[in-house]
Design a protein around this ligand. Structure first.
Ligand code: AMP
Length: 194
């Protein structure tokens, strides 16, 4: 079974490229952000707590996110493309443990790299269709990017040391990035691309 992580800052295009890769390699696309927004939409007490955190542009606690991921690994028999997870080194360690428990492994981590000013531009562009509160307010956008730089960036070193990191320049168009990712990932998967 193949498993991969799509990794990058808010606005880098993780969701877009995760969808493309899920289709090409028949993977289950797990977006922790989407799962958390579903919990918010349910109106549950947990959803209300999550909403407050997301509206500040901060990260939700590792335990809540880990539970979501564990459930997803159990419920879908395919390999997974993780989108928006892990976002802390602790989450990365937990993911390794979970995969080990289920006798699986990570084939690769695709880091899509985009300069900060372009990230802000893309988030503003996305806000028009996403309707997401955390995409519209500049203070929240900056907080999310700071959270990425402080808490998520160290995950890159974790995966570099594990030898699974692939870094792809993603400053160009979706098509250019798609092709760069395809070239980087090709030799890492055990099935051919569709
Ligand atoms: P995203 O849709 O990936 O941009 O995530 C939106 C928001 O959900 C983030 O700003 C965080 O508040 C929260 N979130 C999503 N994934 C995680 C995660 N792995 N760890 C902590 N918080 C997360």
């Amino acid at each position: 079974m193949n498993n991969m992580v799509i990794f990058g800052a808010p606005g880098a295009g993780k969701g877009t490229h995760a969808s493309i890769l899920a289709e090409r390699y028949d993977l289950y696309h797990l977006s922790t952000g989407d799962r958390l927004r579903q919990e918010v939409a349910s109106g549950s007490p947990l959803g209300k707590e999550i909403q407050a955190i997301m509206n500040r542009g901060e990260l939700v606690d590792d335990d809540t996110v880990t539970k979501i991921v564990n459930k997803a690994i159990i419920e879908d028999p395919r390999g997974i493309i993780f989108d928006g997870f892990p976002r802390t080194v602790r989450q990365a360690v937990v993911l390794d443990l979970l995969l080990q428990i289920y006798h699986q492994r990570l084939n690769c981590v695709v880091r899509i790299d985009v300069p900060r000013d372009e990230l802000v531009r893309r988030i503003h562009e996305r806000a028009v269709i996403s309707g997401r509160h955390d995409d519209t307010d500049d203070a929240i956008i900056n907080r999310r990017l700071d959270e990425y730089e402080n808490k998520t960036f160290p995950v890159i070193d974790y995966y570099r040391q594990n030898g699974v990191l692939l870094t792809v320049d993603a400053a160009g168009s979706i098509e250019e990035t798609r092709d760069r990712i395809a070239a980087a990932v090709a030799g890492k998967m055990t099935v051919p691309m569709k």
